[in-house]
Design a protein around this ligand. Structure first.
Ligand code: PLP
Length: 401
């Protein structure tokens, strides 16, 4: 079962081809419920939030705060104070790196992996360059797979933070966070880049027991322009905001200010209000279709694609290993054909996937490649899409080889 009919853009034809959308790891398409919610909000309730006493502002604020409640439920946070709206996951990750680290002693270590997306690598690299903190990078194996035991084994008394992806945007590997948590000191903080896992795992931040979890709405069938920073309340209370401005203060004089309570403390300026409203519509939609029931199917699509790719000579797949805990993403190359050429030719058949480095240059270097093709699945995909991709790929190989 898939939910293609709920997504207007997927009814479109390009050059007489139906769209076979296989780029959900980059961004997901939007169901009609999300599109309508934004239209409805603009037509009936639009005003700035948290500011005015007029009816529109009160209504807009109420809808905005209801999204916070929905996100809290969706990730099973303890309180809405733990749910911060940001401009996107990249924003969330930068905020964490630039705030929490001021609490760490000199020579403290921050642990990341070679799998990281630039958005969860550069903020930590930068903060370590600017301070006396050390960045420890846990390598992947030759196949691009990370072994959680290595993360555990590399922790020591100096380790302050493990800042890792929960699910790789290149290989689809899902890291066993509970295994890591159960085998490290309780004093080590864990920040998860949840950009991919939010759409393919049942996220329960209490159960994961992570200290921070970041994701973007646009990868979860919601609008772009809004991200979530989940943080444990006691930590968010302790740290200072990175961005300052209107709405996040209680008292301002010419030479001082005092921060507002959570969550406002971390939300300066006018947010992307309509995107926050649209995010609630996406969460409601996902609940209605029992989103979680699709996770097994996505794993099945990944496996089906890998099996079929293995039958095409000259295909090399990255991050593939039997019994790997992985979902919905397959990265591959065809020997002697540039990944961008493959993506461009596939587009002629309406097949949309990603060619590039996927913002993971350290991983590309480790795999000894310039880039790759990446197919990624969402709730609108099924086995027919795999078939269309594979058949189009065979034609592409014939043309290009
Ligand atoms: C694993 C991962 N981390 C971080 C990001 C950055 O997300 P955004 O561009 O929405 O801020 C992405 C987006 O591709 C991602 O896949």
């Amino acid at each position: 079962m898939n939910f293609k009919s709920d997504f207007p853009i997927l009814k479109k034809k390009i050059r007489d081809n139906s769209i076979t959308y296989l780029d959900s790891a980059a961004t997901t398409q939007k169901p009609i419920a999300v599109i309508n919610s934004i239209k409805n909000f603009y037509e009936n309730s639009y005003e700035n939030v948290h500011r005015g006493m007029n009816s529109l502002s009160i209504d807009a604020t109420d809808q905005f705060e209801r999204t916070r409640e929905s996100v809290k439920e969706f990730i099973n946070a303890k309180s809405t104070n733990e749910v911060i709206f940001t401009r996107g996951a990249t924003d969330s990750l930068n905020i964490i790196a630039n705030s929490i680290t001021s609490k760490f002693e000199d020579n403290g270590e921050i642990l990341v992996t070679e799998l990281e997306h630039h958005s969860n690598y550069l903020p930590w690299l930068n903060i370590c360059k600017k301070s006396n903190l050390k960045l420890k990078i846990i390598p992947v194996n030759q196949n691009g797979i990370i072994d959680e035991q290595q993360i555990i084994d590399n922790c020591n008394d100096s380790t302050k933070m493990i800042a890792i992806t929960h699910m790789s945007n290149v290989t689809g590997q899902i890291l066993d966070v509970k295994k890591i948590k159960n085998n490290i000191s309780k004093d080590i903080l864990v920040s998860l880049d949840g950009c991919q896992s939010i759409a393919h795992c049942d996220i329960d931040v209490k159960d994961l027991d992570c200290d921070f979890y970041s994701f973007s709405s646009h990868k979860l069938y919601g609008p772009s322009g809004v991200g979530i920073l989940f943080g444990k309340e006691n930590l968010l209370e302790e740290i200072e905001p990175v961005f300052l401005g209107g709405g996040m203060v209680t008292e301002v004089s010419l030479d001082s200010y005092s921060c507002a309570m959570l969550p406002n403390k971390f939300e300066p300026g006018t947010p992307s209000i309509e995107a926050v409203i649209g995010l609630r519509a996406s969460l409601d939609y996902l609940k209605k279709i029992n989103f979680y029931s699709f996770f097994e199917e996505e794993r099945g699509l990944r496996k089906l694609l890998i099996d079929k790719l293995n039958n095409i000579p000259a295909v090399e797949i990255y991050g593939n290993s039997p019994n790997l805990n992985a979902s919905s993403i397959v990265s591959f190359n065809i020997k002697n054909i540039n990944y961008n050429d493959v993506a461009t030719f596939l587009d002629q058949y309406g097949v949309m996937l990603r060619g590039g480095q996927h913002c993971c240059q350290p991983l590309m270097k480790k795999l000894n490649i310039q880039g790759s093709c990446r197919a990624s699945f969402g709730i609108y995909n099924d086995a027919d899409d795999v078939e269309i991709l594979v058949e189009s790929l065979k034609k592409t190989v014939k043309l290009l080889q």
